[in-house]
Design a protein around this ligand. Structure first.
Ligand SMILES: CC(C)(COP(=O)(O)OP(=O)(O)OC[C@H]1O[C@@H](n2cnc3c(N)ncnc32)[C@H](O)[C@@H]1OP(=O)(O)O)[C@@H](O)C(=O)NCCC(=O)NCCS
Length: 173
């Protein structure tokens, strides 16, 4: 198995949109109504929106590829809009980390996590932070293994009409 990280380009928008829809659905299906889910997928993971995010200055998207095939992706950005308290530091937001279900537990998530942490260290960030759904136990366990801890702050992350709460986690470097 050959594992590599590849920067996502605008031409990859259809593949990224499809992977993002599939992994979001697999992660959160059953936690909201089917209608809320379908509307969320269309609104946030349509190709045009994904393409504009790929092209956005300062936004970083990377695939994890196994033997040249994308099986997961990572998005990060220096963006304080979701959690303005972070302006006290030079802070990097891990916005999305999604791996296809069949590739969990295989070190692929670790590969992407090591990638962003290296990036953060090389670029002199003081802290990396992220939002995780309060009941996403697998992800919370994964982040805990990397030393992310609960900041004590939360934010609303509704899926359509279904209210959900995310915890902000952080890891000081
Ligand atoms: C979160 C994610 C990136 C982690 O990658 P992974 O390859 O599954 O990670 P690992 O298997 O190394 O670690 C998961 C840990 O959670 C544990 N775990 C799994 N299910 C669990 C559960 N229901 N409750 C508690 N812990 C759980 C695993 O045993 C493992 O811990 P261990 O190494 O101590 O045994 C991956 O699962 C994923 O892409 N999930 C779907 C998308 C997602 O939730 N992204 C994060 C959004 S914030």
């Amino acid at each position: 198995m050959q594992l590599q990280v590849r920067k996502i380009e605008a031409i990859d928008a259809p593949i990224l949109a499809s992977l993002a829809r599939q992994t979001f659905f697999d992660t959160f299906t059953g936690t909201c109504t089917e209608q809320d889910m379908q509307e969320f997928l269309v609104e946030y993971f349509n190709e045009a929106r994904i393409k504009s995010e790929i092209l956005m200055e300062g936004n970083f998207y990377f695939f994890a590829e196994v033997d040249g095939v994308p099986v997961g992706f990572l998005q990060f950005m220096e963006d304080y809009s979701g959690f303005p308290e972070m302006k006290k530091w030079k802070a990097l937001e891990l916005k999305r980390l999604y791996i296809q279900h069949a590739f969990h537990k295989q070190g692929i998530a670790q590969f992407l996590m090591d990638f962003i942490l290296n990036y953060a260290q090389e670029n002199k960030y003081e802290v990396v932070w992220l939002g995780v759904w309060e009941h996403n136990e697998r992800a919370k366990r994964f982040y805990a293994k990397y030393g992310f801890v609960d900041s004590g702050h939360t934010h609303d992350f509704p899926i359509g009409s279904t209210p959900q709460t995310d915890n902000w986690l952080w890891k000081f470097l």
